[in-house]
Design a protein around this ligand. Sequence first.
Ligand code: SAH
Length: 279
Amino acid sequence: MKELPFRLPDLEPGWVWLVGAGPGDPGLLSLLALHALQQADVVVYDALVDPRILSLARAEAQHEYAGKRGGKPSPSQPDISARLVRHAKAGLRVLRLKGGDPFVFGRGGEEALALVAAGIPFRIVPGITSGIGGLAYAGIPTTHRDTNHAVTFITGHGVTGDVPDGLDWEHLAKGSPVLVIYMAIKHLSGISSRLLAAGRSADEPLAVISRASTEEQRVIETTLGRAAADVAAAGLEPPALVVLGPVVRLRAGLDWLGALAGRALNPDPLGTKIQRDAV
Ligand code: SAH
């Protein structure tokens, strides 16, 4: 890459940068994320961080895994925070790399507060959250003037591992035209039933996007009523996102990755142009 015409801040010894790595595609990293990868002494990363991104770290950097994988017990959140503090106190340049955005269902706030408590200087580098960037890679906008003026991001997995009960599903169903649900696959049938019970239509379009922006991206377009059965039949791999609402219909026009593979795109996927022209 050409030399930048401005200076980025450096990751200094004794500092921790909490950085979002985006949904997968290394091209979606921010300049600050790339800069940190090139400077860090230690990279503490999560399961969702794409290996292609880790390969951008400088050769001498130590890589430390801090997530769940292969059935091994995962380090607890206080253990991870304590590790960040220890490394920083040892004078290392610490890069804490998380999938998507560190502050969106990523416990970045908890880790940063532990740094504050220990008096460790830190910087937050936001990343592209999968609930926006992953949808874009499926050709689904989170908002569109003709369909929705609001969108709600939800986690489908509560602290106890069940469908989160603290959520007011009834009001979410009634109040938000588009719902983007993280960690929804395991409880998809429970979530769908709650939304149907609250009045959402079984015919409403729903998409599931698995491994968004990676080589293994898969998208299923279905309906709220059929989603759980279709996802089970397709054997979709996590991580995956669920998006419910009229924006899913726009995929017929905006599936740019599909177009690269030969899909014909419909420039009027909502039929609005025809209606407007008729007026
Ligand atoms: N901080 C992350 C979210 C962590 S929670 C972010 O901002 O994206 C983990 C959930 O994120 C997964 O269960 C899945 O719902 C979603 N997710 C993360 N990366 C994804 C990807 N590449 N494709 C689909 N879903 C993804």
